[in-house]
Ligand binder design. Structure first.
Ligand code: FES
Length: 576
């Protein structure tokens, strides 16, 4: 039984259901219209379950079943579950990019919670943007909230080879473009990859952000590592339903859980996982909603002293299923005890130290010891220089070491259409030392900052055996991708950042150990080019895209909407 800080009359839902007036009578009657008696919902915490299921979200196909398990847990604990569908953001099907809609889901989830009789909420997410979006909403609303991670899909297989989502598709696609395999083989490879419900099973954005959410304390301990179709996942869903009811009575809110130390812990774990570069943007946005600091310099300081321990693709060799059997996130945290602040809290109301008590590691090859890391510092490095005055990121563990310090001539593409049209042109003036530059693919330029940052290697170089080159853009890259890809250049080209001023043949110097990225062009020349620069057309004049482009912040600020960052809390709805 929960330690009850709240009384029945304190419940937010009582404003809808409690009074003896016409409006509340109508709320009670309409709930009975749904087949619920007053005994079902009267005097009980109303638990919203935000479900990001849809037939277009391939990673959340088990959510129809999981939501029933959450409801069972809520009923068992004496609550009343209310399922609220929200935009599902399936990464594969949504165009031009789910990033265009992360803030849309964050706003939708916030308003769903606000406008309904909700006392606490379970957030069902996993596929890339769903996790940060739901956390952003929950932190803003600051009602008791628990995140239920979708879990990763099972390992992929083709012809006896174990395959990882995205990572191995990209690798085989390069082979296909090089003429080494045919379309039929490629179809079979991709077909062998998606064997079950669940998110991508490499350490992509989904696996990274699910682990981050658990590290922040917003999910049940151990929950993020469970494969989506394992029976323990169903048990975890029911447990999440039971626990949220107690959290309501305990009045345990995100603001009671999240501190600066929680975010630093999440960054350390992200680095140890060799996590997705996208986590930088999402962590800044989530921290911003909590009123806490998470800027690029803080990430880089943590990255420099946080080793990569988890040996999972794309930085390593194994997959999320292996991570689970090796001890999962709780095991990893045990290994990183000396790096983490163990006094932070979780949705269980306990400390991180208590939540990892008894955790073990069963495979030192998957979760490496501290004296045998996969990489001596964090997977993500932050770079600055005259090409990116406000910063950019690179996944150094996924880059060929020969490019960690490299100078090459720029081959510039003004946007993605230009890139697609010319990258395989036999006459393109490019060699293996060139630096491929993509402009106008950022938050406003694309719009929505799609995952185009792993620019394709030109076919003629693929045929020569080239598999990595230095690539620079203001967009993102899939967490499943790899290569020497400098991403999130800020400010972006579409608002006149220095990236917009790069011309073919300019020398660009990348120096990861010294965290710099520079264009070897004089300040006077850059000023002159800026004077002749004209902005590209605004991406839209109406609708959500226009709203997005008008209000989205730059990558180093988290790409949240400026009007969602700060200001007075939105008032509770009047109930008439
Ligand atoms: Fe959903 Fe990768 S497509 S997590």
């Amino acid at each position: 039984m929960a330690d009850r800080k709240k009384k029945l009359d304190d419940l937010r839902s009582q404003r809808w259901y409690g009074p003896e007036d016409m409006r509340a009578t109508s709320h009670r009657a309409r709930s009975r219209q749904l087949g619920y008696s007053i005994e079902d919902f009267g005097g009980k915490p109303c638990i919203g379950i935000i479900n990001t299921w849809s037939d277009m979200n391939t990673c959340h196909s088990h959510f129809k079943q999981r939501v029933e398990e959450i409801k069972r847990g809520v009923y068992e604990a004496g609550g009343f579950p209310i399922e609220l569908p929200a935009m599902s953001l399936g990464e594969i099907m949504v165009k031009p990019s789910t990033m265009l809609y992360r803030n849309f889901l964050a706003m939708e989830a916030e308003e769903l919670i606000r406008c309904h009789p909700i006392d606490g909420v379970v957030l069902m997410g996993g596929c890339d943007k769903t996790t940060p979006a739901l956390l952003m909403a929950a932190l803003t609303m600051n009602l008791p909230a628990i995140y239920m991670p979708a879990g990763a899909m099972l390992r992929g297989y083709y012809a006896g080879e174990t395959l990882g989502s995205g990572t191995d598709v990209l690798r085989y696609n390069a082979d296909k473009r090089a003429g080494l395999i045919d379309q039929e083989t490629f179809e079979n490879v991709v077909g062998g990859l998606s064997r079950s419900a669940g998110t991508c099973m490499v350490m992509g954005t989904a696996a990274t952000m699910m682990s981050v959410a658990e590290t922040l304390g917003m999910a049940l301990p151990g929950s993020s590592s469970i494969p989506a179709v394992d029976s323990h996942h169903a048990l975890m869903a029911a447990s999440s339903g039971r626990r949220i009811v107690d959290m309501v009575w305990e009045d345990l809110k995100p603001s009671d859980i999240l501190t600066q130390a929680s975010f630093d812990n999440a960054t350390i774990i992200d680095m140890a996982l060799g996590g997705s570069t996208n986590a930088m943007i999402h962590l800044i946005a989530v921290a911003g909603r909590a009123g806490l600091d998470a800027d690029l310099d803080r990430f880089d300081a943590i990255s420099r002293k946080s080793p990569v321990l988890v040996n999972i693709k794309p930085s390593g060799e194994y997959l999320m299923e292996d991570f689970y059997y090796a001890g999962g996130l709780r095991g990893l945290m045990t290994r990183l005890k000396g790096h983490l602040d163990l006094t932070t809290r979780t949705v269980m109301g306990e400390t991180l130290a208590e939540s990892i008590d008894g955790a073990e590691i069963y495979n030192d090859e998957v979760i490496r010891p501290l004296d045998n890391p996969l990489y001596h510092e964090g997977g993500t490095a932050i770079l600055r220089g005259n090409l990116a005055p406000n910063g950019c990121v690179i996944k150094q563990t996924a880059a060929d070491p020969k490019f960690h310090q490299h100078t090459g001539k720029a081959v510039v593409f003004r946007d993605y259409v230009d890139l697609s049209a010319r990258i395989d042109d036999p006459d393109l003036d490019v060699d293996a030392d060139s630096v491929l530059v993509l402009q106008n693919a950022g938050p406003i330029g694309a719009p929505g900052m799609p995952e185009w940052g792993m620019l394709p290697i030109p076919k003629k170089l693929l045929a020569q055996g080239v598999r990595d080159m230095v690539r620079i853009s203001d967009c993102r890259m899939s967490g499943t991708a790899y290569g020497t890809c400098v991403l999130h250049v800020s400010p972006e080209a579409a608002i006149g950042g220095p990236l917009a001023l790069v011309q073919n043949g300019d020398l660009i110097e990348l120096d990861i150990p010294n965290r710099s990225i520079n264009i070897k062009v004089s300040d006077a020349e850059l000023r002159d080019r800026k004077g002749h620069w004209t902005p590209p057309p605004f991406p839209a004049t109406r609708g959500y895209t226009a709203l997005f482009a008008k209000h989205v912040t730059q990558a180093h600020e988290g790409c949240d909407f400026d009007f969602l960052h700060a200001g007075d809390p939105t008032p509770e709805p009047l109930i008439f």
